[in-house]
Design a protein around this ligand. Sequence first.
Ligand SMILES: Cc1ncc(COP(=O)(O)O)c(C=O)c1O
Length: 380
Amino acid sequence: MNFEFDKIINRVGTSSSKWNKYTHPDIIPMWVADMDFETAPCIKNALLNRINHGIYGYTEPPKELPPTVAHYLKSEFDWSIDTDWIVWLPSLVVGLNVVSRAFAEKGDAILSNTPIYPPFLSAPINGDREIITAPLVWNGTKWIMDFDALEKAVTRKTKAFLFCSPHNPTGRVWDVDELNALITFCRKHNLILISDEIHSGLILDRNKKHIVTANVSDAADISVTLLSASKTFNMPGLGCAYAIVKNPTLRKKLKNEMNGIVHHVGALGYTATLAAYSEGKSWHNALIEYLRVNRDCVENSLSDQSHLTTYHSEATYLSWIDARQMGVQNPSKYFEDFGVGIYDGALFGAPGFLRLNFACPRTMLNEALSRIQQGLSASA
Ligand SMILES: Cc1ncc(COP(=O)(O)O)c(C=O)c1O
């Protein structure tokens, strides 16, 4: 089946966060992680059916949804879960905030790596917990965790590790040895391992596969896995995510923290998630093919630029770029003046870097890449 990833859809006037950010109408927005593609037809049809019903009352997870999630996790990642382990959430960012409060007390600390998706840095602070970070290091081939730096950073007050797998923004797909090393580290320091796996459906390298952290060794006992269909199927505006928590004590703590505060998932979020996981496979496969070519376009276009280093994205639709050699104060602002809105790495804990979202129709991507080239020529 053919899907229309090349189709340009005007999002102006839809109150899109991505397209509302820049007041100048000519800036191509490549910052926040949502895609400029229509979602899978099966999802759109399921939503249209639900909308046609006309009553949008309080809604419980459809009874087919938990087994469908379990089936999806088994078939995609060979992870067997019990449906009782699922805790529904309105978004992953809500999840990051509630886990920070559930598994650390006020004044305690939470550890993570930088660069990292900005809410990892703000969620602990929002709840008066401290965030401690250790940088990932470039080993000449890939970004890796630095366990010496983590050992130095961890304190007796550190209660949890916020982990991102696959990693936003570097696009790393962690291998089993890296996951085992992290699990050993967390066990040694009694840390709850929070694994945000929202990008797990976006593995681009053919020789890589996503390994669920909680499915390695006996990590499930100390793990909370945060997931959603929203990134893979481009529906983050519908608000449906979930945590998988095997350990009943951790699950109870999480639910207690949510009680009365965290809003339930809306009817459309459940409907869309059910359709995505049960009928979305062919669209998903086609999406990955399209994103892989877009990824290659970005990496080929920017590879011979001496002032930019673009790291290979094994997963996600995000490119992580070191712009420090450009010699401009604020590279994100600089490229905005050339008509491309790229995320500022400073927000990820890495000033001088950029994160570029390449999930858009190819003509739009090529136009953006040519504007970046113009910006680079002007700065040389
Ligand atoms: C690693 C990561 N976690 C969470 C989110 C946001 O999830 P949600 O929209 O469900 O809050 C994103 C969005 O870009 C992300 O990259």
